[in-house]
Ligand binder design. Structure first.
Ligand SMILES: [Fe+2]
Ligand SMILES: [Fe+2]
Length: 480
């Protein structure tokens, strides 16, 4: 079959020859009803019958892989799509560097590989669960459609990981695939595996911050897994990355549009002081200091997803050739890291300082550093918008020691500049750094749906261009 094109004949669209692979096809067909039950229970609430203008992958060709059409979400073509195989691909790093990339699971690394796949897989349905109530307060049909696009693609990402589990891991893979449908974001008894994926996404500012910061963690993890010597994992992650780009676009432009609207309203009302929160809020827009607090929250929660700065798990996964560095293929070194060092920010004698650490143990730190650079690029673009309005305010990412629950800094309280605070000071000042109850109440007071085509809630500007070049008043979702 042509790997570029997706076979839509069976229940499960795919470009992996599922029709000939009877064992795996049967396993996935058995898993499918449970997935649909999960989607009905935990997917977007109140919109399962609506017609949504969604893109569906019809090919894995990077140029033009999607087609757009109205779809009811439960009928979305969730499929299994792998990027084309690279001929003669080699393991590019670790102790197996230079060997042929694996088409089957390397027996000695089986447990580690399964764990990596399950952890990645668990984040995908988690975010759908976190976002399931947002449709009720969408600021426009355009945004509603974007939310649902992100949701169905996260669903597809779950399929991508489940395919690997079912195809390559036999009975324990099947159990893990079941487990992915059993856990629930925020459930005290059966939570999702990672902290940030058990937090609430209560409002649309949170949603945009989440897709900006947390989906970007997803991007970094996928980039690292796309380097994997286990070729099917690499190929599936490469295609997921093309979808992930849209999620971060939704986040970045969502925040940009809120900033734009706020600045515009301030200018019109003649308010120059961005810290006059009460005056700005009276305009029915979100003040910039509150946006900063939301950024602080979502950035710090996302940093936790990178795990401990010094990690033997990360070292082992690299050494085994399973999980590489961000853009491993563009780095110029020995790709084995047996000897080099990497500077790691640590808490030493109560002070935050850099320490040269074995490079192999510092891989989480390194990926997190790459992530912070990536985050800062978009923050710079947000600040350009504010600057363009002549408003003296700059959004800054907080220090990496701020508000951490995992790693070096989880044992201390630090402010957004990385100054360590006593518990008492933290109690007094945390409302300066993180959204307070009254901030949340204010944002919630703005969250009313705007479902009229072409119209937008008053706290967010319209986008510059429509999805699929549709005109401004296009009916992206036919609500039923
Ligand atoms: Fe995803
Ligand atoms: Fe995503």
């Amino acid at each position: 079959m042509n790997i570029m094109n997706v076979d839509y004949d069976g229940i499960i669209p795919n470009n992996v020859g599922l029709n000939q692979d009877i064992r795996v096809r049967k396993a996935l067909e058995r898993w499918h009803p449970g997935y649909l039950d999960w989607w009905q229970d935990m997917g977007p609430e109140g919109f399962q019958q609506s017609l949504v203008y969604l893109r569906t992958a019809v090919s894995v060709d990077p140029k033009g892989w999607a087609k757009f059409d109205y779809v009811r979400m439960p009928e979305y073509k969730w499929g299994i799509l792998l990027a084309p195989q690279v001929e003669d691909r080699k393991v590019a790093f670790g102790s197996h560097r230079g060997e042929k990339a694996w088409q089957e699971v390397p027996g000695e690394h089986r447990a580690m590989l399964r764990r990596l796949i399950v952890i990645q897989g668990d984040t995908e349905p988690a975010s759908v669960e976190q976002q399931r109530h947002l449709g009720k307060t969408a600021p426009s049909l355009y945004d509603l459609r974007n939310l649902f696009q992100v949701n169905v693609e996260e669903g597809r990402h779950l399929w991508a990981m489940v395919y690997l589990l079912q195809k390559y891991f036999g009975a324990d893979g099947r159990d893990e695939a079941e487990g992915l449908l059993q856990r629930r974001s925020g459930d005290p008894d059966t939570p999702r595996m990672l902290g940030a994926f058990n937090e609430k996404t209560p409002d649309w500012l949170s949603f945009f911050m989440f897709t900006y910061f947390t989906d970007r963690d997803g991007k970094m993890q996928l980039e690292a897994l796309a380097q994997s010597g286990f070729d099917p994992l690499s190929r599936t992650c490469r295609f997921m990355l093309t979808e992930e780009a849209h999620h971060m676009f939704v986040g970045e432009t969502g925040v940009t549009r809120i900033i734009e609207r706020t600045c515009q309203a301030m200018k019109e009302a003649g308010i120059d002081d961005p810290h006059d929160v009460a005056a700005v809020r009276r305009l029915g827009v979100i003040d910039l200091p509150t946006m900063q607090k939301k950024a602080n929250l979502h950035f710090s929660l996302s940093l936790d997803l990178f795990g401990n700065e010094i990690s033997t798990n990360a070292a082992n996964a690299f050494h085994a050739g399973l999980k590489g560095r961000y853009r491993e293929d563009r780095l110029k070194d020995d790709h084995q890291l047996e000897s080099g060092t990497y500077p790691v920010l640590r808490l030493i004698d109560g002070r935050i300082q850099n320490e040269e650490s074995p490079a192999l143990s510092a891989l989480n730190m390194r990926l997190r550093d790459d992530y912070v650079v990536d985050c800062n690029a978009g923050v710079g673009r947000w600040n350009k918008v504010i600057e363009g309005f002549g408003i003296p305010f700059e959004i800054k990412l907080p220090h990496v020691a701020f508000h951490r629950h995992i790693g070096e800094f989880s044992s201390v309280k630090a402010d957004t500049d990385g100054v360590i605070l006593s518990d008492g000071e933290w109690e007094k000042r945390q409302g300066d750094f993180l959204p307070s109850d009254s901030d949340r109440d204010f944002i919630e007071s703005l969250m009313h749906p705007q479902y009229e085509p072409g119209r937008f809630a008053g706290w967010i500007a319209p986008p510059k261009v429509g999805i699929d070049n549709k005109p401004g008043d296009f009916e992206y979702v036919k609500i039923m």
